[in-house]
Design a protein around this ligand. Structure first.
Ligand code: ADP
Length: 485
């Protein structure tokens, strides 16, 4: 008989309940992928994976079909606040949704009000700990994600010394976005009777911020790519926590995110005109022409078509792409930029569109369908990120035979192979975060593009890589087991 191995996934968001960004993809896909691992990978264990989320007001009750389960009490300075726990079975494994006044008060998943967000997620974190005790369901691994769940990890480590129930629970804290640490929490923590961290290795300002508190308290840490896990040990990427993180290097791991290969599948994508596989990447030409047509750009079989899809944020280096495109005006490129965010970056993108009205389209909105069409029709994806914990867009692009031209950082460096050996090359990388370096990489890519046989080889290499969640899930499972060695 296999023994149960219990994992609780604790996250602010998870697809299909609620998704704002990549975190929602991971927390939604990873439980499913863990539960789909073959028995021979699990040894003598049977996985029992559950997920807990805040019951955000944006989660549709019709979709989640929540059943009330129990109520727990969270002490606050001015009295006790109740948290209601619901369950949902819509995903085929148990999902708990936690409600309560600090959660229902917020109309969005994240807001601009840092105090409100801090209270919401501190309340959620405490309620999760009370919930597992009330359920008498003791996870082997408490797997928490990003600052929103940091106080759960911190309080877990304190309660281990005070309460037998928590004593043996191990914790893994996954960093998806280091710069977001939970500002605003400093004022909320005393209201919920939570002392600052006493870890002398933390900088003073980190002792009452959820993310650093969790980094100090968790048994194991990981980031969402191997390269990012070493980059955060440097002052360029460490956000002031690099010295502390170096002290934890032996318990800091890197595991790449996977892709939902059902959603992102060029052989069966309802949004694209011509479906294809790595056997016939030339079929993409039909999609390219359809895309150019849709964007009212001239049909341009020979001219390379660049795509860029992402948040218009300094992180993503959109400004580098805009300047680089100007620098390579002698190349007859065409390009489409899809994204939204920082109004200054949006305006700079529109300026470039006015400069190159015959070649460039800037689409400022979130448009899932158009994103599929760009991945399936553009020749190259530009991704000049200043930092990139993992990055999904480059993996999607490769799966669609759209060759990435990307900065050699974080997950981009781990997933894209820029090597002279054509039998393994999948894209183009550049080092410095400058328009010149990007322009140089694009020039290299355009030279390669002019050799159709070599290009197709590169496309096949890119399309045939395994970006599925099953590989990453196995790595997570191994890490969980390592916690118990
Ligand atoms: P991050 O999570 O940092 O925003 P990722 O590359 O990991 O960046 O994931 C971004 C995801 O969001 C990709 O699936 C990308 O296709 C999608 N995306 C970003 N902006 C848009 C947009 N404007 N319209 C459609 N999809 C978008």
């Amino acid at each position: 008989m296999a023994q149960p191995f219990r994992v609780l996934m604790v996250s602010a968001e998870a697809d299909p309940f609620v998704k704002v960004g990549g975190l929602g993809d991971v927390a939604g896909s990873l439980p499913k992928a863990l539960l789909a691992l073959p028995q021979d990978a699990l040894g003598e264990y049977a996985l029992d994976v559950r997920l807990v989320l805040p019951f955000h007001s944006v989660i549709s009750r019709d979709v989640a079909a929540p059943e009330p389960l129990l109520t727990v009490q969270i002490p606050r300075q001015d009295g006790v606040v109740e948290a209601q726990v619901y369950t949902s079975e819509m995903t085929g494994f148990p999902v708990y949704l936690i409600d309560g006044e600090p959660i229902s008060r917020a109309s969005t998943v994240y807001s601009l009000d840092s105090y409100q967000d801090a209270e919401k997620y501190i309340f959620f974190s405490l309620a999760v700990l009370e919930m597992i005790k009330a359920l008498d369901w003791k996870p082997h691994v408490f797997h928490a994600h990003d600052w929103h769940t940091g106080i759960a990890v911190y309080e877990l480590s304190r309660r281990r010394h005070q309460d037998d129930f928590y004593r043996e629970i191990k914790s893994l804290f996954t960093i998806h976005n280091l710069p977001y640490m939970g500002a605003g929490a400093e004022k909320v923590l005393p209201e919920y009777h939570i002392p600052p961290s006493s870890d002398h290795r933390l900088p003073w300002w980190g002792k009452s911020l959820p993310l650093p508190m969790a980094l100090s308290a968790a048994d194991f840490l990981n980031t969402v790519s191997p390269t990012y896990s070493s980059e955060i040990l440097t002052s360029e990427f460490g956000c002031g926590l690099e010295d502390f993180l170096r002290s934890r290097a032996s318990t800091l791991f890197g595991i790449l995110n996977g892709l939902d290969t059902q959603i992102w599948n060029p052989a069966d994508d309802p949004f694209i005109l011509r479906r294809y596989t790595s056997e016939n990447p030339e079929a993409r030409l039909t999609n390219k022409q359809a895309l150019l047509d849709l964007l009212s750009l001239a049909p341009g079989e020979k001219a390379p078509l660049f795509g860029l899809i992402g948040r218009f944020d300094r992180q993503k280096g959109i400004d580098l792409a805009l300047d680089a495109l100007r620098m390579i005006a002698e190349i007859p490129w065409q390009a489409v930029l899809l994204g939204s965010g920082d109004p200054v970056i949006e305006e700079r993108a529109r300026d470039l569109e006015r400069e190159f009205p015959d070649r460039l389209r800037v689409v400022i909105r979130f448009d899932m369908k158009l994103s599929h069409q760009i991945y399936a029709g553009a020749d190259m994806l530009l991704m000049p990120s200043r930092y990139e914990p993992c990055g999904l867009a480059q993996m999607i692009a490769m799966r669609y035979g759209c060759i990435p031209v990307a900065r050699a950082t974080g997950g981009l460096k781990d997933t894209i192979f820029d090597i002279p050996d054509l039998s393994m090359s999948t894209g183009f990388l550049f080092k410095e975060a400058t328009p010149e370096a990007l322009a140089e990489a694009i020039r290299r890519a355009v030279v390669a593009f002019e050799d159709p046989t070599g290009w197709e080889r590169r496309q096949r290499n890119a399309m045939e890589q395994d970006f599925s969640w099953s590989r990453s899930a196995l790595e997570y499972y191994r890490l969980y087991r390592l916690l118990w060695l």
